[in-house]
Design a protein around this ligand. Sequence first.
Ligand code: ATP
Length: 775
Amino acid sequence: MICTAVSKRIFRIKQIGVTEKIRCFHMLHSKEKQNTGHFQDGGKTIHKASGEPVTVFHSPPRMQLRPGGINNAVSGIDFSSPFSDETQNMSIQTETHMGREDNSEVLKSVLDSDFKLPMIPKNELFRDSREAQAYDEDILSSPSKAPAKVLASSSPLKKKIKLDKIFKDQTRNYSRKADKSEMYPTIHLSTQRNFGVGVNEGDNNEKSNTPKEMVKNVKPIILSSEQEYILQLAMRGASLFYTGSAGTGKSVLLRSIIKALRQKYEKGKVAVTASTGLAACNIGGITLHSFAGVGLGDGPVDVLMKRLKRNKKAYNRWCQIKVLIIDEVSMIDGNFLNKLDHIAKATRKNKRPFGGIQLIVSGDFYQLPPVSKSRPRGDMADMEMEEAIFAFESEAWKNAIQCTIILREVFRQRGDHVFIEMLNDMRSGKVTSDTIAEFNKLTRPLETSDGIEAAELFSTRYEVENANNTKLRLLKGTAQLFKSIDSGSLQVEQRQAMLNNFLAPQKLFLKKNAQVMCIKNFDETLVNGSLGQVVNFMDKDTYMCYNLMKEKPYASVEEISQDFNKRLEKTKPDQEELDVEQGATQLSDSIFDFLNDDDVEDKENISSMDNSILNENIERKKAYLNSLHQSSNKIKYPLVRFLLPDGYNTREVLVEPEEWTVEDEHENVLVRRVQLPLILAWSLSIHKSQGQTLPKVKVDLKRVFERGQAYVALSRAVSRKGLQVLNFDRSKILAHPKVNEFYSTLTSAGEIAHRDHSRGFTRDIVANLAQNAKP
Ligand SMILES: Nc1ncnc2c1ncn2[C@@H]1O[C@H](COP(=O)(O)OP(=O)(O)OP(=O)(O)O)[C@@H](O)[C@H]1O
């Protein structure tokens, strides 16, 4: 990969591969830091630009924070998927004084862009910044020179958009953002993963022609100011609870915090837990109960201590950890928290709250409440049943939590402010007549012209399985079965218990036209929650050829075949495939639609061609692809047409296996599952939908029974346009008065920062906040 800074504004990347983008980032910063004398760490020198050595970080730098100095921060990404993808860390320069242009702003625009930047051959690298700037200005002032951005569509010919507009918009957006973040340090976050087959490796021009579908990269998420603020607090060692309504990015932030803390501390110091198995899976952790090693946590503390002493591993965990992360805390009983506080003090022989462990707690008490205790069994059957209390009511919480902060900015529904207001209304249980009227308008069925129905949310797993299986049965054709590959260091029984919480099923039955949901994030348009329809089953080679045809619509079969063979040589053998039971499949005619597409920009070219030759070429291409398909004995994966977040456009992707793991605090893999990142999605359970962002949802409130369920279900939708609500019933929308009271006392990060700002703390707000917090 070769990259050079051509000016303050634009960089060119020789290859769009994700890893390379990160390297680019390092280079830019390492250069700067060398100049300013702040450079702290480095890897090997890989490239010379302008005659200067360029340093690349290969090992993640340690997290440090110095007022006004260089802070190394850690990448964060929206892994709304059950498990985080491989991430890479980067060195980042942050400053409390914002609003001025720096390289990181530019990088942000590079990382955020989904267009391919022009490549610069080695001999075109700019020798000095003046030369580079002149080149940039030339590009910006003459749109015709900008490369075209090709949007994904069934026809690659259909959507060609010139780059210049996007370029300028991005530039403007980012400068605005920089101005806004005056109060906070800004950290640029990114992580990317490269797992194309034999692509994006090395420095080879040809490889940059890799079809977009083959390069999966996760779009970097830039934390908002308030999210960053909380991240900084966590890094300063504050024990904190942060909350916010659905879609305010709590999970996104938590993943960043986990990543950052794992960088800060050595292995074994950061324990990642959540109240339920599913929530734990979402952050790659275990349940708080299994971490604690006290079974269900019933009975008095001395009984629990005895139980713990028999569990050496769990006992040692309590002694060793520095940070305990707890997600979805709303479902944790405050009594249990009190007991854990005692246990932590006793095992660590330390009287400070939680024996001095830093707590990072996240959740939303307006969503699902703590599960009421069941009567203890066996020798404790006579004991009184404990009434569950909210975690925030416990003594342990009051003593341990130093800061409570509420996130205000809603990301999920940001395109529909009326909807945000409606959700906020129902959240606190004070539903106005306007809100009721608005919800009542949403009874109409949603558009299905794209072939994708709204995912219906049910309260029970039984209803979900029933609905999905019935729909699947009604579809014509043979079901293809994809079985997961499971492994891990846990004993089979324990492993199975953990695997049951995975969203990815052990057995996935699919048919052509089945409605599915993506359960991992791949890039900006294919995310956890994307709904799609299986349009075919194809092996990877045929898919590669199919993409070549889409990329080069005018190429002859011979040319396609030549290119295809070249690419085949470069592909690496698959590392892991699934166990499958597959029936015969045929390529349906609809996938060839793009070949017949006459709605193209370049009509002159087409009309000048002999029509019969064109048609013959199309037929030969179909035959070629069909013969590849039939002769291949490789696994045929689902080709899925996904609905894009705009709720209108679609994109086809061959969905291949992915990996999910749960690790202990030493990062040993306890459980691992390899499966396609898909689930059937005509219907979903409300429980499983928690944490998802769904473009089309149907909710029947008649079936809702638990406090918080209606809010969780409705808040999965991105906008009113994608939401159908049946039987909206005001009486089902209840908020607990204690929760209302608790939330009325919470402060947002912005308010805290403002308060400190007005006290004259401008340079290191975070340090002041941590100091001002309760000891
Ligand atoms: N800083 C950010 N910039 C852009 N998008 C963001 C940001 N933070 C979160 N999002 C997006 O907002 C959506 C909701 O995020 P997330 O799932 O983390 O919210 P949440 O508060 O955990 O929601 P819930 O309580 O419903 O589970 C996701 O699509 C996520 O990608």
